[in-house]
Structure formats: structure tokens, C-alpha cells
Design a protein around this ligand. Structure first.
Ligand code: SF4
Length: 435
């Protein structure tokens, strides 16, 4: 087995180590606790991926919308395409701008989703080596238009034909579809097994699912604590959780991170405290994504505005655990059900009804005062929902929604100063002190 280059993960590892040193050396011992736990666990996991790539394990470049645990049938290295540009946009001073520019200069539409545009730029820059590239036909046209382009360009650069494995995700969320998609996932596993020369080990798959099951239970407990006023968990948990779901599937560090957050929440809740001094003035839900390109933004929101992000689209899991004592057919059907209801997949692969219903429900449950919608430049289908969503919040629960045009992974479209100004103006217009 020859070693593989996954240079963006090397950049990520360095960025994590530097940020960890800064965070641990700077703020007081009991500050930024969730971020500290995140960096600790991510450091271990990314180092493991790099070591495994060095030792020659096959690299699977994949979409975040997979239930990535399915690949834990094998010994492999995961590279999550949508995760890497966004986590670098948070941790590096100039984020992933260089890679977006490479993709733009090549002629890729500037207004496509930066989650994949960044990875396209990295591929054009020759920074990856993959054995397999793989995606479901979900959650969006952007995904399904960009993956074949990435694969073709990668082949051209490497002068090879890289296996490209796709699973067909049906539209309807019903039993027939879950059976169908479960079979698709099983087919993907056998095809990848043949390509990389490994027999699927279903016991390893069961173990990875058990880890995720445990994490799902802990996330549900954390979400219960978020119902408290004040919310005992900092806003930064929301984007960090997105990264943990994407980068740490089926591994003990996933449980480690969520357990740490749960302990932090319990301690603060016992004392009726929030993460920061001062009053919680505004409870917000973010029906789409949090902002990734500025790691300090959530702290500004908590500290300067007294506003908490209770949930964004990635923080509430609308699915159950999988019983791993049952047959493989049952397990794959369970994985199909989970992944078809995975955050963003559930709300973006369907019409807007799920997005609206989910966030009306969550806003009531978590006593939100308002919603803030990140109108992400690349995400055409979600942006088309803004007015419907605004009317639903207003008519059904009487709360206002702010919509901000931006690119959540590229600071150059709308600066963080403009984002902050829009939020300040919104809070002045609505005067949440009278709630
Ligand atoms: S943000 Fe929108 S365009 Fe980007 S991957 Fe998600 S659904 Fe697709």
C-alpha cells in the first residue's frame, strides 16, 4: 500500500494545533470550554486520518450526506468534501479564499455552493489523492452538478479513471423509499469493497453505528438543556456540532465531544447560568446554517448582543437510533432512514414544507424570540423559501425573521461587520426587551 496525500487535512491539522494553543494559552480556564473540547477531539481524529493515509489506507472522498458510518465496514480514510472548505474558513485568517478563487478562475460559476467549490479548487491545485469518490443524489442540484466535475478534473490531473460511486436517493420519505435507499447503501458498500479489495466487515459497521447511537442520545439530552432560560450552552456549539457530525462519524471522539458539552450544560444549568456573564436577551433559531467564516462571530452574538443561537439546521436530529442487534437489511434500512432525514438533506432535498414545519415546531419548543436566516449565495433552493418562511413565523407564532444575504464560507461577499450591523439594526427595530 502506498501512502496518500491529503494536504488540506494537513493544513487543517496545523490550523487546529495553532488554534488550540492560542485558545488554551489565552482565555481564562473556564472560558470557551466547548471550543476547547472540540479542538482536543478534532486534533486526535485528524491526526489519525493523516497517519492512516500515510500508512496507505484507501481514501474515500465523500459527500456529507452519506451516513459515513457505512464506510466503517472497511479500513479507510474519510475526506468529507463539504466540511473541509468550511472548517478552514473558520480556522485560517484568509479561510478557503485561495481555493474558491482557483475554482472561479477555472470557470466554475462564482455563485455555486462554496462547500464544494472550495474542494474543487483544492483538487485543481493537486492537493488530494483519492481511491474512490462517492456521493448520494442529494441534497441539492449543486451537489449533483459539481461532483462529476470534480471527478473528471481529478482524473485529468492524475491521468487515471477514479471510481465514482453514486447512490440514488428517492424523493419520498416513506417505507418504500427507505427500503429502496437501504438497498442502494448496501450496493455502495459492496462496490466500494470490490474497488479497494476489502470484504465488508459488518461487525465493524455495527460498532460505528453504536457509537453514533450513543451520540444521538447525548445530543437529545443537550437539546433538552437548551430549552432552559437562559440557555446554558454557548452559540458556538451550533457550528461546532456541524463539524463534529461531518468529520467524526462512528468514532469515540464523537461521544467524547458531546459528553463534554453535556457536562458543561449540566453544571451551568444547576446554577441557572448561561455561558457568559450578562442576561440572555434574545433567543434565536437559525433555520439554515450558522456562519462559518468567522469563528469569533458567535462570541460577539453571545457577549455583545446577549443573543443565543439555540439551533441551526444541523443541530436537531429528526431520526432515531438503529437497533444493531437486527439483520443487515434492517440496519441498512435504518441508515437510509437516518440519512434521508439528516440535517439539510431532510429540508433541502424535499419541498420547503419540512424546513418550515421543522422550524415552526422548534421555535415553539425552544421559545425563540426571532429567526435569522442565512441566505447562502450558492443555495438557490433554500433562498427561494425566505418569504414563505418569514410569513410562517409571523402568522403561526408571531416572531420576526431577519434574512442576511451572504456566503457562509466566504467572508468577501458580505463582511462580518455588515452581518453584525444588520443584526444590530434588527434588534433595535424589534426591541426584544419588551417580549
Ligand atoms: S448549502 Fe445548499 S447548495 Fe450547499 S450543499 Fe447544502 S443544500 Fe447544497
Amino acid at each position: 500500500m502506498s501512502s496518500h496525500k491529503i494536504i488540506p487535512y494537513e493544513i487543517l491539522y496545523e490550523a487546529i494545533c495553532t488554534t488550540k494553543d492560542l485558545v488554551e494559552g489565552g482565555p481564562a480556564k473556564d472560558e470557551l470550554l466547548v471550543l476547547k473540547s472540540f479542538l482536543k477531539h478534532m486534533k486526535t481524529v485528524i491526526k489519525r486520518y493523516l497517519d492512516n493515509a500515510d500508512s496507505g489506507l484507501p481514501v474515500i472522498g465523500h459527500h456529507f450526506a452519506w451516513p459515513t458510518e457505512i464506510f466503517y465496514c472497511f479500513d479507510f480514510v474519510p475526506v468529507v468534501f463539504e466540511g473541509i472548505p468550511y472548517i478552514l474558513s473558520a480556522l485560517l485568517p484568509e479561510g478557503s479564499e485561495r481555493f474558491y478563487d482557483i475554482a472561479d478562475s477555472f470557470g466554475h460559476p462564482y455563485h455555486s455552493c462554496t462547500s464544494q467549490k472550495g474542494t474543487l479548487g483544492m483538487v485543481l491545485d493537486g492537493l488530494f489523492e483519492f481511491d474512490v469518490i462517492s456521493t448520494p443524489t442529494s441534497p441539492c442540484d449543486n451537489t449533483f452538478a459539481t461532483y462529476p466535475v470534480i471527478k473528471q478534473l481529478y482524473d485529468k490531473i492524475k491521468k487515471q479513471k477514479t471510481p465514482f460511486i453514486i447512490a440514488d436517493m428517492p424523493y419520498y420519505r416513506d417505507d418504500r423509499s427507505y427500503n429502496y435507499y437501504g438497498k442502494e447503501l448496501n450496493r455502495v458498500v459492496s462496490e466500494i469493497g470490490q474497488i479497494i479489495g476489502q470484504e465488508p466487515d459488518y461487525e465493524k459497521l455495527r460498532k460505528a453505528i453504536d457509537v453514533n447511537n450513543k451520540a444521538i442520545e447525548i445530543i437529545a439530552e443537550i437539546n433538552e438543556f437548551k430549552k432552559l432560560t437562559p440557555c446554558p450552552i454557548e452559540s458556538m456549539f451550533c457550528p461546532l456540532m456541524t463539524a463534529v457530525l461531518a468529520f467524526i462519524p462512528g468514532q469515540p471522539e464523537r461521544i467524547g465531544f458531546f459528553k463534554d458539552v453535556l457536562e458543561i450544560a449540566k453544571k451551568r444549568a444547576n446554577k441557572g447560568e448561561r455561558a457568559h456573564e450578562g442576561e440572555e436577551k434574545i433567543r434565536t433559531v437559525w433555520p439554515y446554517m450558522s456562519i462559518f467564516f468567522d469563528i469569533g462571530f458567535c462570541e460577539w452574538l453571545d457577549r455583545e448582543i446577549g443573543a443565543t443561537i439555540l439551533l441551526d439546521i444541523f443541530n436537531y436530529l429528526f431520526f432515531d437510533v438503529i437497533d444493531t442487534s437486527k439483520s443487515e437489511e434492517h440496519i441498512f434500512k435504518g441508515l437510509a432512514k437516518q440519512s434521508m432525514n439528516y440535517p439539510m438533506v431532510r429540508q433541502s432535498a424535499t419541498f420547503c414544507d419540512d424546513l418550515i414545519t421543522d422550524f415552526i415546531y422548534l421555535s415553539k419548543e425552544y421559545k425563540a424570540d426571532c429567526a435569522i436566516f442565512t441566505a447562502h449565495l450558492g443555495c438557490k433552493q433554500s433562498v427561494s423559501v425566505i418569504q414563505l418562511l418569514r410569513e410562517a413565523f409571523r402568522d403561526e407564532i408571531g416572531i420576526p425573521m431577519l434574512s442576511i444575504d451572504l456566503d457562509i464560507g466566504d467572508a468577501r461577499f458580505t463582511s462580518i461587520a455588515t452581518v453584525k450591523r444588520e443584526i444590530e439594526n434588527f434588534t433595535k427595530i424589534h426591541d426584544f426587551s419588551k417580549k
